[in-house]
Design a binder for this molecule. Structure first.
Ligand SMILES: C[S@@+](CC[C@H](N)C(=O)[O-])C[C@H]1O[C@@H](n2cnc3c(N)ncnc32)[C@H](O)[C@@H]1O
Length: 480
């Protein structure tokens, strides 16, 4: 296979000539096409990858693209639109794989017909379950169940919702069976569970797999929207009990609205790619430190945004996905496997009792020594080390998959731990050297569209907030 052309100078010139603030995309619509069919934490807005791809395409058209941390699949869809023939996406979170699949699979069948057919059937189902839906709240109060009960109140609604509802349904001789979802009563009010199960059963009856997956993604989003979670947060916190007590989400409307909006987006995508042969998408959900599913020395462009390194404290991808993974029965995962997702993500290994830092990065070494000046910080320093150790392994695995002269674009965020700045962009450059990665340039951008906490308390002193994560850096590397 011919080596890829080196275009360092052209790229530096093209990227340096961009106007100030080019990468900020403050006022851009970041939701076009199927990009916004499902919420996901820390999405990298699509104009970033679209612009990288369009500049790269001017100098060196490429064919194989990889995002080892695909999340909701933003980069993959942009890769397809940019004309890549093969697009590889990976993420340890199975929900990321499902969203990415739905986002990048163009559905050719008649979506309007499918929507009308589904809503009609749903209407009939609701009619046939009228008594069940109308009497449930009375049943719950007559049996003195408290719908605001905590999980440790073993026989109450919070921990026992599945059994309570199945007992109730058996009195009606109903064919509905409520799935055994962990802590379901804590996250959902009774009528909401029954309605979700009615919709879910109907989705499972759809025989066209792509259509079913697309309808299921709208359902997955619905389970989060109608749950008792507090609004606008990626970490799962329940609403105040007073709010739960009177919470009556309109489940059917929420689902149909989400579905209808997603269908419009799919129709938009279909129009955009009409009469074009789209490339193939290869999705996997394995650990990016291994990346077995991607052929060695095959990739000619990488665009990715790894986690910031705060998955356990701020952006818990697994926790965000827990409820939908169970409701949608994705990959038939056990609850233990679902709980373990966050543990297996980057930085998930705990080094509470100490660690030996042998990573070749001066910037990391300095930051760790600074944090460790206070011996009480050993555990936090261990968390920091754990993240960069994994990042180092991912960098090695990704580079192994690249052809010589492949470019890698890493969109990273620097953060502060115990008031010490962690310069991930610089650490990445230093770690890259051992894998033969040449640093080409680093650009910065101000985050305005990324849904992220802009303040946290790395000092863990209550009330003391340090501004963090409002700037991202785009690090460009080339495999020599
Ligand atoms: C910042 S998000 C990516 C967001 C994505 N660019 C988007 O636009 O939606 C980082 C992703 O890395 C994934 N991740 C973390 N550790 C991983 C690992 N060891 N292997 C594979 N994926 C991992 C998380 O599940 C999360 O989806």
């Amino acid at each position: 296979m011919k080596d890829l052309e080196i275009i360092d100078e052209e790229l530096v010139k093209a990227f340096s000539n961009l106007p100030e603030g080019f990468w900020d995309f403050k006022n851009d619509d970041t939701k076009e096409l199927t990009h916004s069919i499902h919420n996901y934490p820390a999405v990298m807005v699509y104009p970033i990858s679209r612009n990288i791809l369009s500049i790269m395409n001017q100098y060196r058209p490429a064919t194989l693209l990889l995002d080892p941390f695909m999340g909701s699949g933003t980069v993959l869809l942009e890769g397809l639109l940019a004309g890549f023939t093969e697009v590889y996406g990976n993420d340890l979170n199975p929900l990321a794989q499902k969203i990415s699949k739905a986002k990048t699979t163009v559905i050719e069948s008649d979506l309007d017909h499918a929507f009308h057919d589904f809503s009609e059937k749903l209407q009939q189902k609701y009619e046939s379950y009228t008594n069940i839906l109308e009497d449930i709240d009375l049943y719950i109060s007559e049996h003195h169940y408290d719908i605001t009960a905590k999980i440790n109140d073993k026989d109450n609604w919070g921990a026992n919702a599945c059994k309570i509802l199945n007992d109730y349904l058996s009195k009606y001789d109903s064919d509905l069976v409520i799935p055994d979802i962990e802590n379901m009563g804590y996250w959902f009010v009774p009528r909401c569970v029954i309605e979700l199960q009615i919709i879910r059963t109907l989705i499972f009856e759809i025989s066209d797999i792509d259509l079913r997956d697309y309808f299921m993604i709208a359902f997955s989003e619905t389970t989060r929207l109608v749950s008792n979670r507090r609004n606008g947060e990626f970490k799962m916190y329940r609403m105040e009990p007073e709010k739960v007590a009177v919470y009556k989400p309109d489940v059917r409307m929420t689902y149909l609205d989400t579905l209808s909006s997603n269908i419009s987006k799919m129709k938009e995508l279909r129009k955009r790619v009409a009469h074009r042969a789209l490339g193939s998408v290869h999705l996997s959900h394995e650990d990016s430190r291994i990346l077995q599913s991607v052929p060695d020395r095959s990739i000619d462009l990488v665009i990715t945004s790894p986690p910031y390194g705060d998955s356990r404290t701020t952006v818990a991808y697994g926790q965000f996905s827990r409820v939908s993974l169970q409701w949608c029965d994705y990959d038939k995962l056990s609850y233990k496997e679902i709980i373990d997702i966050d543990k297996n993500l980057m930085g998930g290994t705990s080094f509470k009792k100490g660690f030996k830092n042998n990573l070749p990065s001066i910037s990391l070494q300095k930051a760790l020594s600074e944090i460790l000046k206070n011996p009480d910080n050993l555990e936090r320093a261990g968390d920091v080390f754990s993240f960069y150790k994994d990042l180092n392994d991912v960098l090695g695995a990704v580079t192994k998959k690249c052809r010589t002269n492949a470019y890698q674009f890493w969109v990273v965020g620097n953060r502060t731990v115990k008031e010490v700045s962690l310069h991930t962009d610089q650490i990445l450059v230093e770690l890259g050297e051992q894998f033969g990665l040449k640093h080409i340039m680093t650009m910065d951008r101000t985050i305005s569209n990324k849904v992220m906490p802009s303040l946290n308390s790395p000092t863990n002193v209550s009330g003391k907030k340090v501004k963090t994560m409002c700037e991202e850096l785009i690090v460009v590397l080339r495999k020599e």
